[in-house]
Design a protein around this ligand. Structure first.
Ligand SMILES: [Zn+2]
Ligand SMILES: [Zn+2]
Length: 108
């Protein structure tokens, strides 16, 4: 079981979700991305990462190899994978520091 990970601002409480990094997917007949189970051993067509826009704070998933490196909401290129916000200044309040938290009481 994976432990959900959060990256949480110690001042304003802004957080980004997940240790959703390297989420494998396969393409179905319609060309849609279908996520595969974590323990999947087969081939994947790509991998997506939980991503946050540092301008509008939108959170979304992106394949950094296949997709345009832009926010899906405001089209800013000022985006990072959520785990890269760790120990950096909070993009929301610009005062706090983003810290990693693992919630061991929730199972997926
Ligand atoms: Zn903050
Ligand atoms: Zn944005």
């Amino acid at each position: 079981m994976a432990s959900p990970t959060y990256y949480n601002c110690n001042v304003c409480g802004f957080y980004t979700q997940g240790n959703f990094s390297q989420i494998g997917y396969i393409l179905n007949k319609n060309g849609e991305r279908v996520f595969v189970p974590h323990a999947w051993n087969g081939k994947v067509d790509g991998r997506m990462h939980q991503t946050v826009c540092l301008d509008c704070l939108h959170q979304f998933k992106l394949d950094f190899d296949a997709d345009e490196l832009k926010c899906t909401s405001c089209f800013s290129t000022n985006i990072v994978r959520t785990h890269e916000t760790e120990k950096k200044v909070c993009p929301k309040c610009k005062e706090g520091i983003i810290l990693k938290k693992v919630d061991r009481y929730i199972t997926i």
